[in-house]
Design a binder for this molecule. Structure first.
Ligand code: MN
Length: 347
């Protein structure tokens, strides 16, 4: 009965007959060696989806390698399966992926997002592209199979569909990974992509062994002292503009580098800017080594920061997006703020 509830609802499970999922599964079943890749600066959806995908492929009797550019951020190391994820540079040095027949690319709007893991792809590999980004552009590379649904709350939701379509019973390990993916990408079931369907799926995963307090503890509620001190510095740079409708935080390169904190651990800082009362758009500007400026975007309600980020060559969703602009930091900031102010004025 639960399955029926899930199938009736919108989101990734809108496909009532699982036909699309079965077609993807057919491709997976017909090959034996897999590379599972995802984007650089991994988040919970990225890591959780990789672990769950690996779980599925192993259940199907496949050989699986998990590779990304940066390894596993501390927050997601509680997932037992995350130990299998190798950094691209270590993996390539071992030369192990050469015989993989299929590359499953998860949660990545385009191939550039793979960063160093892109080097693991070879032209003979079949690419299976599983994603929920609005403007997925992996298609057109050498993709053979696309399973892309922007209405899905997380890539983990799509991996769940594949597991269901395969008729497998979800155990604690898979449930934890899928729940982590969904919990992360919905901001702990708080963002715009939180709906009855995804809440029901969360409940189903909890029944299957996911541990909601444990996941919350790791994903959002535990930070190193260094991260919290850096957050303090970041917050002291918090400013508002456009009559309070835009709030932003700037982080110069030397501040991040001297803190010893990894890039991924600062991604959530943008959410503090978003908390400012009256702010419709929140921005985090991080200066990268080499002078570029990485911009993380968040918004409230219908303000589409994904569209704004795309104007600058980036991408994302309505309420969360990212892009990169040329430095130096202050020029990058001014350029982005100008664009945001113009777009807000047009609304
Ligand atoms: Mn995602």
């Amino acid at each position: 009965m639960e399955g029926d509830i899930l199938r009736r609802e919108p989101g990734g499970a809108g496909q009532k007959d699982w036909q699309e999922e079965r077609a993807v599964l057919q491709v997976l079943q017909s090959r034996s060696r897999f590379l599972v890749l995802s984007h650089m600066h991994p988040d919970g959806d990225c890591i959780g989806s990789m672990v769950a995908m690996s779980w599925l492929l192993r259940r199907l009797g496949k050989v699986v390698y998990l590779v990304n550019q940066d390894g596993v951020p501390p927050a997601y190391r509680f997932l037992p399966g995350s130990r299998e994820i190798l950094r691209a540079r270590d993996f390539c040095a071992q030369g192990r992926g050469e015989r993989a027949e299929v590359a499953v690319i998860l949660d990545s709007g385009n191939l550039k997002r793979l960063g160093e893991a892109l080097a693991c792809l070879s032209p003979e590999m079949t690419v299976v592209n599983i994603d929920h980004h609005e403007q997925n552009q992996v298609e057109g590379a050498r993709t053979v199979v696309n399973y892309v649904h922007p209405e899905a709350s997380a890539t983990g939701e799509l991996v769940y569909n594949l597991i269901r379509a395969a008729g497998l019973e979800i155990d604690r390990e898979a449930a934890l990974a899928l729940y982590t993916a969904i919990f992360s990408d919905t901001g702990g079931f708080r963002f715009q992509n939180t709906n009855p369907y995804i809440l029901a799926l969360g409940a189903e995963l909890a029944r299957a062994g996911a541990d909601p307090p444990l996941v919350a503890e790791h994903v959002f509620d535990t930070k190193s002292l260094a991260v919290l001190k850096l957050l303090g510095r970041a917050l002291s740079s918090l400013e508002v503009t456009a009559g309070g409708r835009v709030a932003w935080i700037a982080m110069p390169e030397e501040v991040l580098t001297s803190s010893g904190v990894s890039w991924e651990e600062t991604e959530g800082f943008v959410n503090y800017a978003r908390m400012v009362e009256g702010a419709q758009v929140a921005l985090l500007f991080r200066e990268e080594t080499g002078g570029k400026v990485r911009v993380s975007w968040r918004s409230r309600g219908s303000v589409d920061v994904g569209a704004m980020a795309r104007e600058l060559g980036g991408g994302g969703h309505v309420n969360a997006a990212g892009c990169e602009v040329p430095g130096p930091l202050n020029e990058g900031i001014q350029r982005v703020l100008r664009l945001v102010e113009e777009r807000l004025a047009e609304r």
